[in-house]
Design a protein around this ligand. Structure first.
Ligand code: SAM
Length: 266
């Protein structure tokens, strides 16, 4: 290869190499912890599993052995080759892929289960990306390290000292919503403050506010009980982008009824 060709190749490769940053050393998750991760996330058919920093591929391969499909993202080309060979050996090469990529340049929005065994500061850097881009209901498993104020749904002990963490990505519900109940008067204002899966809704009718209790957001399911001295509304529904809908049990004096409700974010 000529001198000019070499310089040309370097100029082409340098930007890609300098963007990529090795953010964790290669340390494997012991297989018994991989099995725990699979059970914790309830991995099975229908799942798309992505491992960020997939090492020798064991997590995605174990997921495929449970009927899932998926891929691993790994910066080290040698580990990508090793993972592909292991997938062939396990007879799951048609269900998995291993790509040599920088995890910070990757799109993992299609995951239904996302796994990682990365350094604590990297997990924290990824937190807003995971919260913003993963669909409600996606299960996230982190080996050893937590995500600070984003409380895990579960934290179990494991062979690795930090244990295993599970999060379920919640729907994004913060903001101002206009809520109406079929056949029950004028729309009401619903204001929601959200901090990961913790929410604080405030409901305001035409001339009356409500006290809120039994508030819960889990994946795309939302439940809250709005009550004042005249009425009680027990809402239960699903979030779909800028819309929510479901059923509400209404207690109005001695009368109880059930009605359909919907809300739109403005
Ligand atoms: C602690 S190992 C975990 C391996 C595997 N996930 C497991 O649990 O057995 C972290 C892996 O992340 C890879 N890695 C480090 N920086 C990366 C980056 N920027 N993009 C993709 N992979 C990276 C390393 O090469 C290493 O294989």
């Amino acid at each position: 290869m000529s001198y000019r060709c070499c310089i040309g190749l370097l100029v082409l490769l340098l930007p890609a190499m300098s963007w990529a940053e090795f953010v964790a050393p290669f340390v494997v998750t012991p297989q018994r912890d991989v099995d725990r991760m699979m059970r914790l996330a309830d991995v099975g058919p229908g799942d798309y599993v992505i491992d960020l920093g997939s090492g020798d591929g064991r997590i995605v391969i174990s997921a495929a052995e449970r009927g899932a499909v998926g891929h691993g993202i790994e910066l080290d080309a040698g580990l990508v080759r090793e993972a592909r060979l292991r997938a062939e050996g396990a007879g799951v090469a048609d269900r998995v892929a291993f790509v040599q990529q920088d995890l910070f340049q990757s799109d993992f929005s299609r995951a239904t289960v996302l796994t990682m065994y990365l350094m604590p500061d990297v997990v924290m850097r990824l937190r807003p990306v995971l919260f913003d881009t993963l669909a409600p209901g996606t299960r996230i498993i982190s080996n050893s390290f937590d995500m600070g104020e984003w409380r895990p749904e579960q934290h179990i002990s494991a062979a690795v000292s930090g244990g295993l963490y599970l999060w379920i990505v919640p729907a994004k519900v913060s903001g101002h919503w206009t809520l109406s109940i079929d056949g029950h008067g004028e729309p009401m204002d619903l204001e929601i403050d959200q901090h990961f899966q913790d929410i604080e809704p405030q409901l305001q009718g035409r001339d009356q506010g409500y006290f809120m209790e039994d508030v819960r957001l889990h994946a795309d399911r939302i439940d809250f009980h709005a009550v004042n001295r005249h009425r009680s509304y027990r809402f239960s529904g699903r979030v779909d982008g800028d819309r929510m809908s479901g059923y509400v049990h209404i207690q109005d004096g001695d009368e109880t009824s059930v009605a359909h409700w919907q809300a739109t974010r403005s």
